[in-house]
Every structure is written in structure tokens, then in C-alpha cells.
Design a binder for this molecule. Structure first.
Ligand SMILES: Nc1ncnc2c1ncn2[C@@H]1O[C@H](COP(=O)(O)OP(=O)(O)OP(=O)(O)O)[C@@H](O)[C@H]1O
Ligand SMILES: Cc1ncc(CO)c(N)n1
Length: 269
């Protein structure tokens, strides 16, 4: 058996708990295990959630978020950070202030609503996302609903994705991935830093069990960055990983089941 490196790449997720295990902290930690890094977590909120929607959400105090972050970063160190559900303006501002002081690459998934349309971010927090969180992002990964909320651009085609990317980059992230998964046809994502443009195409899997796709993609990008990959390499690998996880999604519950974060491990058996 190969001897593992003494210090593995360490990825920290700052996100909410999804009791159904498809999205949120659970998706992030499973992705990190599957991609061979050490996963760590700062919990921002607890949701009661399943394949049918979000039945309840409870936010943690800013002090608890700050304390978790300090515990991890000051002792174990981080190679990359991923943010997900931040719930309120207070938590967005708290997390943005912590991240402004890190040298590690930061992947910001600006989570707004769940697949079922349940709010995971207060409307009044959007301005803090624009002015405090996006400027500290190495990569931001909005879906089309989040793009509309943040920039006001309604995207219906690839030209619209380009316009939306320009507007997103205006808020300060170094790179943006505009996720086109909600457009009809094969899912296309646009990765750009304003000078390079990469169109990432994959076959659409008609599996409706897609709970957690966005969290999984963002975490997988953070894993690649933690391994020292450049942004285009990390995003391409993450897209391949999430595509496989969607193809293998689990028909669990009466609604939208979770993607299978362990699909590569199962295939390898
Ligand atoms: N049916 C599908 N088949 C293949 N790829 C898909 C499918 N749906 C989405 N994707 C891809 O999955 C990734 C996540 O995109 P999506 O737009 O679904 O994120 P999201 O809405 O933030 O997800 P969630 O809210 O569940 O976390 C993107 O790379 C997108 O292109
Ligand atoms: C806790 C949590 N974070 C993110 C998402 C993404 O939609 C979700 N459904 N739940």
C-alpha cells in the first residue's frame, strides 16, 4: 500500500448542514473524502432538509462561526476554503472578514435558495455578498438564479452567460464559473477571469436526483486548488466529478434524491 503524505491537502468548508446528506456540509465532506483530501468544517446553520425541501433552518451565532474557524485555521492550517450557505448578512460579513486574512484560495458558492426554492440566504444579505464576500473569492460559482439575484442579469443563453460573468467579475472574484445547469439542453458552464474563457460542456443526465450538485462542484474545485492545480484544471476535473455523481444519483425519498459522492470509489471496486 502506498504511504500517504504526512501532511495531506486540507480543505475547509464553511456551510450549513443538510440533514438529507446530499448538499451542504455533508456534500462537501463526502466530496473531500472521495477526492483524497482532509476535509474540515465550520458550521453556519442547521437545516431540517430532505428530498422534498427544507422544513426548518436555524442559524448559529457569529461567535460560534468565528470560534470554529479559528480552531481549525490556527492549529491545522488550510490549503483551500469553500463557502456555501451563510444564511444572513451578519454571517456573510463575519466569514468575509475571516477570509480577507487568508492566503489560501477561496471558492465562494453564493448559495441563495435550495433546489426547491427555499431561501438559504436572507434577501438583505445580498449586498454583503456583493461588497464583502465576492471580493475575497478566488473562484465564485453562482447558478443562474444566484446570478440574477446578484447582478440583475437574467440569463437565457450563452451570450447571457458571458454578460453575467462580466457583471460578476465586477464584484471582485478573480474567476467566475457561471453554472448553466438550469438552461435546457446539455449543461454548459462558463469559466472566465475576464481574459481567458473556458466553456465546460458535459452530457445532461436525465436523472432527477440532483440534490447537491452545486455544493459538490464547488467543493471539488476547492480540492483541486488545495492540491496545487491551477483554476482551469481544478474546475475541469470538478465538472467531470459532479457529472459522474449526477449520473449515479440515488433515488432516495419522494422528491429529488442526493447525488452519489462515492461513485468513483464504487466504480473502482
Ligand atoms: N442533469 C444534469 N446532468 C449533468 N450535469 C448537470 C445536470 N444538472 C446540473 N448539472 C451540472 O452540475 C453542476 C451544478 O450546477 P447547478 O446549476 O445544478 O447547481 P446548483 O443549482 O447550485 O445546485 P444545488 O442548488 O442543488 O446545490 C454544473 O456543472 C451543471 O452544469
Ligand atoms: C445546507 C444547504 N446548503 C446548500 C444547499 C444548496 O442548494 C442546500 N440545499 N442546503
Amino acid at each position: 500500500m502506498p504511504i500517504p503524505p504526512a501532511v495531506p491537502p486540507r480543505v475547509l468548508t464553511v456551510a450549513g448542514s443538510d440533514s438529507g446528506g446530499g448538499a451542504g456540509i455533508q456534500a462537501d465532506l463526502k466530496t473531500m473524502l472521495a477526492l483524497g483530501v482532509h476535509g474540515m468544517s465550520v458550521l453556519t446553520a442547521v437545516t431540517a432538509q430532505n428530498s422534498l425541501g427544507v422544513q426548518g433552518a436555524w442559524e448559529l451565532p457569529a461567535e460560534a462561526v468565528r470560534a470554529q474557524y479559528r480552531s481549525v485555521v490556527d492549529d491545522m492550517g488550510v490549503s483551500a476554503v469553500k463557502t456555501g450557505m451563510l444564511s444572513s448578512a451578519a454571517l456573510v460579513e463575519t466569514v468575509a472578514a475571516l477570509l480577507a486574512a487568508t492566503d489560501a484560495p477561496v471558492v465562494v458558492d453564493p448559495v441563495g435558495v435550495s433546489k426547491h426554492g427555499d431561501a438559504l440566504l436572507a434577501a438583505e444579505a445580498l449586498e454583503s455578498v456583493r461588497t464583502r464576500l465576492l471580493p475575497v473569492a478566488t473562484v465564485a460559482t453562482p447558478n443562474l438564479d444566484e446570478v440574477a439575484q446578484i447582478t440583475g442579469v437574467t440569463v437565457t443563453d450563452e451570450a447571457g452567460m458571458r454578460r453575467a460573468a462580466d457583471r460578476m467579475l465586477g464584484h471582485g472574484p478573480r474567476w467566475v464559473v457561471i453554472k448553466g445547469g438550469h438552461l435546457p439542453g446539455d449543461p454548459v458552464d462558463l469559466l472566465t477571469d475576464g481574459s481567458q474563457e473556458h466553456w465546460l460542456r458535459a452530457p445532461r443526465h436525465d436523472n432527477r436526483h440532483t440534490h447537491g450538485t452545486g455544493c459538490t462542484l464547488a467543493s471539488a474545485i476547492a480540492c483541486g486548488l488545495a492540491r496545487g492545480q491551477d483554476v482551469p484544471t481544478a474546475v475541469r476535473a470538478a465538472k467531470a466529478y459532479v457529472t459522474g455523481a449526477i449520473a449515479a444519483g440515488f433515488a432516495l425519498g419522494a422528491g429529488i434524491g442526493p447525488v452519489d459522492h462515492g461513485w468513483q470509489l464504487r466504480n473502482a471496486r
